[in-house]
Design a protein. Structure first.
Length: 403
């Protein structure tokens, strides 16, 4: 089987997903095309250099609908003979794009792909595409549906995480993200967003709040307490599913949950032969990929079983992994991952995560793969694992190894 290598990883800065965010006037199409052009230029790709562009985005309506991947190819400087595939695995869409591309190469279906994703959450609102699991009673009742924030609070209740622990993790995410930017750890991957005149719109993640203190977080009201306790109440739904729980501890709020932002990311993946033909040096090998379905009510525990699966399938153990990127959808997700594998926080999200910098749904999976690769190189480490929890109860993971 052919090996799949990462040759490049790039991302835009993440803008606040609001009307006053720096990227609010930029469309999903424009941001995607901007990043595709950057990958093309950075790697001197000419002609039909890649087999396909696989692009994740979650809310596939309005400007993000109609196979945005193909639209982005046509709007970019890539050859029009390159097709495009839009995919949606919720929060893992960007990672699934990378994994799908890698496995296509391993199976002999093409020599190279550009994979990643985009989400302009300030322009196309999360949930505006509808979801059967939330709105169709026949499925919502069968699956004991609750919103993700309630699921995060269920994890905290089930596994004993306190608000103080969640807030401490959030503060550390802010501190690490600020340090990473100060030390230029993201410089290799960041593609500034420019306007049509070539002036910089955004060249730095703008969601960060590095001055946040524990007192600031302590003042925030639990974000999901009201929806959990109002009649009939999602807390009651959760306790029907988990009758051993007598209550739900609502510990999550805006300060220890991922931020709503705009952004895009791309990864150039190819075979050894592709690199040789284009004069490119591989940075890492995609050693293994995995996905899994999990309990749809607690929903966000997927990183644990999918990590168990990817390690089992690849014949590895948790001790073989030097660094981890675990998407900070909510603080309890990362706390549970570290608890399950007894991993020290010093190895997890060492440059901060989505709590500090935001979570552009369709792009985040590709972002954390790129961040992981940059950090493995910075620390001269060899093997890293990236993983995300996913809506409706799923998990995805990727193991990369430097070459």
């Amino acid at each position: 089987m052919t090996d799949a290598f990462i040759y490049d990883a790039a991302r835009t800065p993440r803008g606040k997903g609001r009307t006053d965010g720096s990227l609010h006037e930029v469309t999903s199409l424009a941001l995607s095309a901007r990043l595709l052009n950057a990958v093309k230029a950075r790697n001197n790709l000419e002609g039909h250099a890649v087999e396909d562009v696989i692009w994740g985005n979650v809310t596939q309506v309005k400007e993000q609908g109609g196979c945005l991947a193909r639209s982005a190819v046509l709007a970019s400087d890539l050859d029009e003979r390159i097709p495009g595939l839009s995919i949606n695995r919720f929060c893992a869409s960007g990672m699934e794009a990378v994994n799908l591309a890698a496995n296509q190469i391993k199976g002999g279906a093409g020599q190279a792909y550009i994979a990643g994703g985009v989400e302009m959450m300030g322009r196309v609102a999360m949930g505006s595409d509808g979801a059967a699991i939330a709105v169709d009673p026949s499925l919502a009742m069968k699956s004991y549906f609750v919103p993700q924030g309630i699921s995060a609070d269920i994890i905290a209740t089930e596994y004993g995480f306190t608000r103080e622990e969640a807030d401490a993790l959030a503060l550390e995410s802010q501190r690490r993200a600020a340090q990473a930017w100060t030390e230029g750890r993201f410089d290799k991957s960041i593609v500034p967003v420019l306007d049509q005149n070539g002036l910089t719109i955004l060249d730095r993640d703008e969601y960060m709040r590095p001055g946040t203190t524990a007192d600031d977080l302590a003042k925030l009201r639990p974000a999901f307490k009201e929806m959990g306790e109002m009649m009939p109440g999602f807390d009651k739904v959760a306790m029907l599913k988990y009758p051993h729980l007598t209550h739900i501890d609502h510990i999550h709020h805006a300060g220890n949950s991922s931020g709503i932002v705009d952004g895009a990311a791309a990864v150039l993946i190819g075979s050894k032969e592709f690199g040789e033909a284009h004069g490119l040096k591989p940075r890492a090998r995609i050693r293994a990929t995995a996905k899994i379905g999990t309990d749809p009510t607690i929903m966000l525990t997927g990183p644990v079983p999918v990590t168990e699966k990817i390690l089992r399938d690849s014949g590895m153990s948790i001790s073989d992994i030097d660094l981890f990127e675990v998407n900070e959808a909510f603080a309890s997700v990362v706390l549970r991952f570290m608890q399950a594998f007894q991993i020290d926080h010093s190895k997890v999200n060492v440059n901060g995560g989505s709590i500090a910098m935001g979570h552009p749904l369709g792009a985040t999976g590709a972002i954390i793969i790129g961040t992981l690769l940059d950090e493995l190189e910075r620390q001269d480490k060899q093997v890293g694992l990236a993983t995300l929890c996913i809506a409706s109860g799923m998990g995805a993971a990727t193991i990369i190894e430097r070459v």
